[in-house]
Design a protein around this ligand. Sequence first.
Ligand code: AMP
Length: 174
Amino acid sequence: MDLDQVKKSIRNIPDYPKPGIHFKDVSTAYQNSDVFNFVVTEIYDKYKNAGITKVVGIESRGFILGGVLANKLHAGFIPIRKPGKLPAKIFSKSYQLEYGFDTLEIHQDALESNDVVLIHDDLLATGGTVSAAIELVNLFGVSQIYANFFIELDFLHGLGKIDSSVPVWSLIHF
Ligand code: AMP
């Protein structure tokens, strides 16, 4: 298994969910056990010595690898969710997406100031989603935030939008 094979396993859906968006369907990568295992191991290896105490996964595709990574890193898992899904007291942040507007929420008791946080999502496009997630995590005054993506769309320059104090690393680049 190598990165080229992983790249080929990601299905491209033109004009989904609306014209002009080329959707990267990660389900075709995750359904292959060899690809799934390779991807998890590569991301785990990158962060295994970073002292991560919490993995924050962004709904919904960020939950898939996020949960597995949290378990391998012996870290807790924290969901950042779309509006109205979290049952207890929440912090909320609205943001612009590649295709529309959205809001993200996190439980007010999810993190503590001594946490070292790895935010994970499946894909970095314009950077709006992860920037909102970083703002939410920053409310807790945590000691360090890292951000990781399975896929980064380089041509959208999302990296430039992300707070420079947050080290960002993506496994696959298109
Ligand atoms: P952005 O806020 O523009 O960085 O968008 C990132 C979020 O939107 C991630 O949660 C992705 O799952 C989703 N997303 C945006 N663009 C795409 C795309 N071309 N293919 C798949 N998912 C996308």
